[in-house]
Design a protein around this ligand. Structure first.
Ligand code: UDP
Length: 236
């Protein structure tokens, strides 16, 4: 197997939960493992954009009973910015050049999201971390991943998850059933499979953006996916 990436440009989605350990918040051992994996992926020469979630810190919907949803969603977006800064530090410690771009402006600590500037960073081999979600309440970072992937003309969305692909039933219930190697977006919607929210699925489907869902914490998986090995589930 060649040591190069089969994709020139990819968008990696990492959920906030992936950064948490036994407790919520950021677990630095988990962060280090993820950064090591991204380092290996970066060595393949792929241009990499990363969308990071915030669920380890705060999710808007979880506070709906107590707070206005719009405010709580902004808190969720800010949570993704905290994760982005942590990831940036971890990557730069490994000598990977990075830029964080946020959809809500916090110009003291990160660039605002400017597509053309993001493209220039990617051209130069910098990893661009997209934080702040879409900048709009009622959306998710999965939708952000689909959106940014299209904006930067990525060839694929790599959704790194806790499970090793898409199952007939939710594996969390202990009865996952069959795992799909490949599946169409429309089937994911029809079957009500829970891997992604319906907005992100529709966006990918309507714009013919393929996505591979795979297990993040299995060592070497990002590299394997980038090298074109059959890992996880491909949705197209
Ligand atoms: N969020 C939002 N708009 C966006 C992206 C995210 O309002 O475009 C908020 C929302 O409250 C969400 C939180 O940010 O719950 C964290 O994002 P997400 O739940 O997607 O993170 P993940 O599940 O990937 O950790």
């Amino acid at each position: 197997m060649s040591k190069k990436s089969v994709y020139k440009r990819a968008l990696l989605k990492i959920s906030g939960e992936a950064l948490s350990g036994p407790n919520r918040g950021i677990d630095f051992d988990s962060l280090s493992l993820i950064a090591d994996e991204i380092l290996e992926a970066h060595k393949l020469g792929v241009e990499l954009g990363i969308v990071i979630g915030g669920g380890n810190i705060f999710r808007g919907a979880s506070a709906e009973k107590w707070m206005d949803r719009v405010s709580s969603d902004y808190m969720g977006m800010l949570a993704t910015c905290i994760n982005a800064l942590a990831l940036q530090e971890a990557l730069e410690k490994r000598n990977i050049m990075t830029r964080v771009q946020t959809a809500i402006q916090i110009s003291e600590i990160a660039e605002p999201y400017i597509r053309r500037r993001a493209l220039r960073h990617l051209d130069k081999g910098r990893v661009v971390i997209f934080a702040g979600g879409t900048g709009n309440p009622y959306f998710t970072t999965d939708t952000t991943a689909a959106l940014r992937a299209m904006e930067i003309s990525a060839e694929i969305v790599l959704k790194a998850t806790q499970v090793d692909g898409v199952y007939e039933q939710d594996p969390a219930t202990g009865n996952g059933g069959k795992r799909f190697d490949e599946i169409k977006y429309i089937e994911v919607l029809d079957k009500g499979l829970k891997l992604l929210d319906s907005t992100s699925i529709s966006l990918c489907m309507d714009n013919k953006m393929p996505l591979i869902a795979f297990e993040l914490k299995k060592k070497g998986n990002i590299v394997r996916v980038l090298q074109g090995e059959k890992v996880g589930t491909k949705i197209q």
